[in-house]
Design a protein around this ligand. Structure first.
Ligand code: ZN
Length: 435
């Protein structure tokens, strides 16, 4: 349980007028983990809030979150208690804790983990490529809209010309997984573009399977694949992709996904392909509600039978959908930084709909989507839930648990048991992290 930091009361500085709805009468340092006592303006009843003990969506915690912001910006003065004389110490511990805990990731694209050095090496092999220097790569990876993002992605796929490139990308993926202590990942492998370029599905799968098995043997890290049949190239292409999957059965391929252009390829077009996949015993997932409204999410659920939803942001516009998702416990694969970039449902990390989803009982999981492209990683995403959305550590650990239990790992409960035992041990190493 929580540790309340107590100390002698002191007259707090007055909050800037009009900024806060709270008149603080006495408080300790307004840093995470501290007790704040005060009263709500207009009410005589004294109240006290404890930042971690409060749910982020209760008014107390939200106000505290704001106070914390004001304090960081120097607008609010509060005396630090000696336990937290270094106000950054707790932040550093929380970040280190998030990095250290074992995690799973269920919304991660194969190409999304490439190191920029790898990309530069591959691009340089092609005399026609405009990418010649590290600065060129940096420029390409600095994008401000979806069009520029797609240009970078296509550039990367163009640079891949031989099967050994899949091994290079997998090595970068392995580095990413290790750095974030991801013990199990289900990654999207979108094959359409590569098939168009002349790679055959069995050859790509053979290469990746070898990499996956080697990683499992050497590090114990498990990677499994979801073949993205793609919305972008139409229903016939998706059907052909499923046929490729079914013709070359592989126990590392757990199912299919539907990614790509949500506006151009409504889920209903892929009903037949998904019905066949389910019949063949494959798992099915879909990106939905990322760039199109709630109807896209409904369709992914009803037409495709999606077991998990990539992003699902559009649910914020539809109370009935949120209630339905909560009832079904459909895992929602949230990717905060990516969602801000897409910008359809949130423009800032601080205003992400996760704040609304969580109290309504949606099954939230934390993911990174395309970490290199979005300059993030999974540990950083967990931190963003805490830092920007003021979720407690306990809530974030619930999201980590949701993620593990939302995998298609045949022993996912055992997986979570092992992970939670490791997390419990780690908590002793990070005494400032209060759960
Ligand atoms: Zn995605």
């Amino acid at each position: 349980m929580s540790t309340v930091v107590k100390g002698k009361k002191n007259k707090a500085a007055s909050a800037p007028k009009g900024v806060l709805e709270l008149a603080i009468e006495a408080c300790h340092d307004l840093h995470y983990g501290h007790l704040v006592e005060g009263s709500v303006r207009g009410s005589r009843k004294p109240v006290s809030w404890f930042f971690y003990a409060s749910k982020p969506y209760t008014p107390g915690a939200v106000i505290l979150g704001r106070l914390l912001e004001e304090k960081r910006r120097g607008l609010y003065r509060a005396e630090p208690s000696k336990e937290f004389a270094d106000p950054e110490a707790l932040d550093r511990q929380v970040r280190a804790f998030f990095r250290a805990i074992p995690k799973t990731e269920i919304h991660l694209h194969f190409e999304g983990c490439i190191r920029k050095e790898t990309f530069l090496e591959m691009a340089r092999r092609n005399p026609k490529s405009a990418i010649r220097t590290a600065q060129d790569v940096e420029r390409l990876f600095t994008f401000h809209n979806l069009g520029e993002f797609i240009r970078a992605f296509v550039n990367l796929q163009d640079a891949m010309t031989e099967l050994a490139d899949f091994e290079r990308l997998f090595e970068d993926l392995a580095v990413y997984l290790k750095k974030n202590h991801i013990v199990y990942a289900e990654i999207f492998f979108a094959i359409s573009k590569f098939v168009q370029k002349g790679f055959t599905y069995p050859a790509m799968l053979e290469t990746l399977s070898r990499c996956i098995r080697n990683l499992e043997r050497s590090e114990g890290t498990r990677v499994r694949l979801l073949i993205d049949v793609s919305r972008t190239f139409g229903a016939e292409n998706a059907k052909a992709n499923l046929a490729r999957v079914l013709e070359s059965p592989n126990d590392l391929v757990l199912g299919i996904g539907l990614g790509g252009d949500e506006k151009a390829g409504p889920a209903g077009l892929f009903k037949e392909t998904f019905r066949k996949a389910v019949k063949a015993g494959l798992h099915v997932v879909a990106h939905a509600g990322e760039d199109v409204g709630p109807e896209s999410v409904w369709s992914a659920l009803k037409d495709l039978g999606a077991e998990r939803l990539g992003h699902g942001m559009a649910a914020i516009e539809d109370e009935k959908l949120m209630a339905d998702l909560a009832k079904r416990r459909t895992p929602i694969e949230l990717c905060l930084t990516s969602n801000v970039f897409t910008g359809r449902y949130t423009r800032t990390l601080d205003s992400h709909p996760a704040q609304v989803f969580h109290p309504k009982g949606l099954n939230l999981t934390v993911n990174s989507d395309d970490p290199t492209f979005f300059k993030t990683d999974l540990s950083q995403e967990l931190w963003a839930f805490h830092r920007h959305l003021h979720f407690s550590i306990a809530d974030i650990l619930t999201f980590v648990e949701n993620g593990a239990l939302a995998t298609f790992h045949p022993e996912r409960k055992v997986l979570w048991k092992l992970m939670s035992a490791e997390i419990a041990k780690l908590r002793r190493q990070y005494p400032l992290v209060i759960v």
